[in-house]
Design a protein around this ligand. Structure first.
Ligand SMILES: [Zn+2]
Length: 130
């Protein structure tokens, strides 16, 4: 009996498995062992997850989207409402946690699932001479 192959499973869209933190191949096992750290393999199908390298992609996408509402709310508090700088700084901490930290995990899951779904990998040079 051989290890399950990629073709033994139907392709699962990254938007269904990734944000839930499920395995991109079987859709059952979890890919996370911590908040954003990945397991080495899926406990259900045995998929080797060492291929996954989202790098700083999740942080980039989350900050790209989160910076607009956070900045808008902070500017509204300071310029519109007239809240002091210290109170604004204290209020901004939970805003950053909500808009910037919490989405990191589902975005990382989506990027890892997309990497598997689209068979993304490091670029390779074609060394064969034609
Ligand atoms: Zn799996």
């Amino acid at each position: 009996m051989s290890a399950p192959d990629r073709d033994d499973y139907p392709p699962l869209p990254p938007m269904t498995t990734g944000p839930a933190g499920k395995c991109p191949r079987c859709g059952q096992g979890s890919i996370f062992k911590g908040f954003i750290s990945l397991k080495e393999r899926c406990e259900v199908c045995g998929l080797d997850l060492t291929f996954a390298d989202a790098a700083d992609g999740p942080a980039f996408f989350v900050m790209l989207v989160a910076s607009v509402p956070i900045l808008g709310i902070v500017l509204w508090l300071v310029l519109g409402v007239g809240v002091s700088y210290w109170l604004t700084a204290i209020l901004a901490i939970p805003l950053i946690a909500i808009f910037a930290v919490l989405p990191i995990r589902p975005v990382k899951g989506w990027l890892v699932s997309s990497q598997y779904f689209h068979k993304a990998e490091q670029g390779k040079l074609d060394t064969e001479q034609n």
